[in-house]
Design a protein around this ligand. Structure first.
Ligand code: HEC
Length: 487
């Protein structure tokens, strides 16, 4: 028997709130849609004095939906659909500290219910018809970004929803308004994606590369593009491939959209499963294995960053701060920090061992598809759909440099200890820099570059495009010197 998901949600919610707030039974808020024009007057009356515009306290501007989504200086203030995880609800409801407004009585229940309903409904930016007419507003604003009904990752169309498409959403200015157009796009995407290669990885120690296929990973000898072996990944579609730093383990992450996700570690020599972590309730879109192989970090549409111990299988951290799908994750080379990036464009830095927040890095205006670390772990580099690469200083938590990628929205990167950096993107181009700003070469592929990896000896790059071509290029000459054929 299946329980109505709506009921499950309320039960879970009660479980989350009850200890702190046992009168909740009397007040379980109704879930009819609350729109921005209904909730705004509450913020106006109770919060604007300190949270409006440039001078906002805590860096949190509550006067616009954009400001609310951007969060405070310390991170996310709202999680769409999850009022009990959203500070703009929990603080005024006195469920968490610091209570808001400071040194004041709790807001009236009716106002709290409005905030609650607005978050639960997915932060609707809509204006209700009545109030639009009343206020003379001529044009209702767009419906919400976080609830793209026609596009959500549902089991019915597992192959249609990928990082690529996720980023298409956000690059379109988060507009889910043109649902008719989207349906058209979707058909096209379904066709394209049945061949799309979502991930490749290169061994750091041997002349092996791994290529994601349909529920299996194929390992090739890149030097002659011969197939070595295929490893099944029964958990679903594959979105992440990473070799451990010693080359002994291949991390595979993925799952079934909206249903389940996990990561598995395989012994590269034997194909045996070394570890399996995370029974996620949604697909894994981002994952990395720590330099010593002890930790695996995962993220995806759940917006939670989870860190697992690969030896004990225990969950080390379960952290929410991202306000949108997590699309990228990378441990620093010294293993102390973890960087994660989301579809909204923010990057979070965590202490790897504990999951404690370290820095929030804002600046990008598009999804973060890739994160890399400098060899010394003092700087991290983020690559975004907005077309730029940003270099961040880890001591200060500030941006050091913005570099144009000039490959379109950036979907794929790789870096070497020498400082050499490669990026590929939507313009179908791959660029290679010997150091920041020092371009070595440009390579053109047939279509959008979805994923790439530099070979262990630094002489070649393996790259895949959106139509499923997987090619080998010589970095010295820029020439295409081989093609990988999936079984
Ligand atoms: C009298 C001024 C004042 C009012 C009114 C006020 N706040 Fe705040 N708020 C602050 C200050 C100051 C901070 C920074 C607190 C800190 O440094 O931790 C803050 C921080 C916050 C934060 C971020 C906390 C964090 O840890 O990042 C949230 C969320 C917040 N306020 C929500 C609200 C909401 C919602 C309202 C209205 C219901 C409200 N505040 C009304 C002064 C105010």
């Amino acid at each position: 028997m299946f329980m109505n998901p709506h009921i499950i949600r309320i039960v879970m919610l009660l479980a989350a709130i009850l200890p702190a707030h046992s009168t909740v039974f009397a007040q379980a808020p109704e879930s009819k849609e609350v729109t921005w024009d209904q909730v705004k007057p509450v913020f106006q009356k109770r919060c604007f004095a300190c949270h409006r515009g440039e001078q906002s306290r805590g860096g949190l501007d509550l006067s616009t939906v954009g400001g609310i989504k951007a969060g405070s200086t310390s991170g996310a203030a709202v999680v769409a659909g999850k009022p009990e995880q959203s500070m703009i609800y929990t603080l005024p409801a006195h469920l968490e500290n610091p209570q808001m407004p400071p040194n004041s009585a709790k807001l009236p229940q009716r106002e709290l219910d409005l905030i609650y309903g607005w978050i639960q409904g997915g932060l609707s930016e809509k204006v209700t018809v009545a109030s639009a007419a009343g206020s003379g507003a001529s044009r209702p604003s767009r419906p919400v970004m976080n609830r793209p009904k026609t596009l959500s990752m549902r089991p019915a169309m597992p192959k249609t929803r990928t990082v690529m498409e996720a980023s298409a959403d956000s690059s379109a200015g988060n507009a889910a308004d043109a649902s008719a157009d989207k349906k058209g796009d979707l058909k096209k995407t379904v066709k394209t994606l049945s061949h799309m290669v979502t991930a490749v990885a290169a061994s750091p120690t041997a002349s092996l590369v791994a290529v994601a296929g349909h529920r299996e990973v194929t390992i090739f000898q890149w030097t002659d593009q011969s197939r070595v072996t295929s490893i099944p990944f029964p958990a679903g579609d594959i979105f992440v491939l990473r070799f451990s730093r010693d080359g002994s383990v291949l991390l595979v992450g993925g799952g079934i959209g909206g249903v389940s996700g996990k990561t598995m570690g395989f012994d590269v020599a034997t194909g045996a499963v070394v570890f399996e972590t995370g029974e996620e309730s949604d697909v894994v879109l981002a994952a990395d294995i720590s330099p010593n192989g002890m930790l695996v970090a995962v993220g995806g549409p759940s917006r939670l960053v989870r860190i697992y111990n690969t030896v004990t299988g225990e969950k080390v951290a379960d952290i929410r701060r991202h306000t949108d799908w997590i699309l990228s994750a990378a441990f620093s080379n010294d293993g102390l920090l973890l960087a994660t990036g989301d579809r909204f464009g923010s990057v979070q830095i965590w202490e790897a061992a504990t999951g404690s927040p370290f820095h929030t890095l804002r600046g990008h205006s598009g999804a973060i598809h890739e994160l890399q670390w400098a060899a010394d772990s003092n700087t991290a580099i983020s690559a975004s759909e907005d077309g730029t690469l940003r270099i961040w200083d880890m001591h200060e938590g500030v941006q050091r440099q913005v570099l144009p990628g000039e490959v379109g929205g950036i979907l794929a990167t790789d870096a070497e200890a020498t400082g050499r950096f490669i990026a590929g993107g939507r313009a179908g181009k791959i660029r290679v820099w010997n150091s920041p700003g020092n371009l070595q070469r440009e390579i053109t592929m047939a279509d959008e570059v979805t994923t790439l990896a530099i070979t262990q000896d630094g002489t070649h790059v393996i790259a895949a495009d959106v139509t499923g071509n997987v090619e080998l290029y010589n970095l010295e000459s820029g020439k295409n010197v081989g093609t990988f054929v999936l079984p």
